[in-house]
Design a protein. Structure first.
Length: 188
């Protein structure tokens, strides 16, 4: 009888957190395609001449994830943290680039209702978005987490609700509030 891939991922996440040798190597092939999907979502929001490729983003984020000490509750929780790790990798690249150029041609970001699944046509000012998201998270931590999971993680409303242990209606309400809050913050 074939094993359940989600159970395998959860088991390997437990082994990874327990420090079991080889768990990270066995986990990577099981989640690689999902991580690539997240990386493509992130990279589609970047400028066309970005030097980082989705594969490199996956590997950089994965290296950060397996080195961290916090436990992963399940596959969804791991993917949510992976999305945040990818955001941080891209943010580090953006800050380095900005430090080199002291500026750049970056258009403002628009958070549409379907932003988690739609390729955006414009470049994303990750630094401005990160600053605004940090301010939002100070005001409303759960709404900030919803943005991370939906916008950066590409999770559906239902998946976001499951990861945060809230109802889908609450996740939708937080998503609407966060989009409005960020739109106002980014247009200021």
């Amino acid at each position: 009888m074939a094993s359940d891939p989600q159970s395998d991922v959860t088991l390997l996440l437990d082994q990874l957190q327990a420090g079991r040798e080889g768990a990270a190597d066995r986990l990577f092939p099981l989640i690689y395609e999902e991580l690539r999907r997240l990386a493509r979502i992130h990279m589609n929001r970047e400028r066309a001449d970005h030097t980082l490729q989705p594969t490199a983003l996956v590997h950089e984020a994965y290296a950060r994830l397996v080195d961290q000490a916090s436990p992963f509750q399940n596959r969804g929780h791991f993917l949510a943290i992976a999305a945040t790790a990818m955001r941080r990798v891209l943010l580090d690249y953006a800050r380095r680039r900005q430090a080199e150029k002291r500026g750049g041609d970056v258009d403002p970001v628009t958070l549409r209702e379907d932003a988690a699944v739609t390729v955006m046509d414009q470049h994303l000012d990750l630094i401005a978005l990160d600053d605004a998201l940090t301010r939002l998270s100070d005001v409303d931590p759960r709404s900030g987490k919803v943005v991370e999971l939906r916008f950066f993680g590409g999770l559906s409303v239902e998946e976001t609700a499951e990861v945060l242990d809230i109802s889908p209606i609450t996740a939708k309400r937080d998503w609407r509030y966060a989009r409005a809050w960020l739109k106002q913050a980014l247009s200021a």
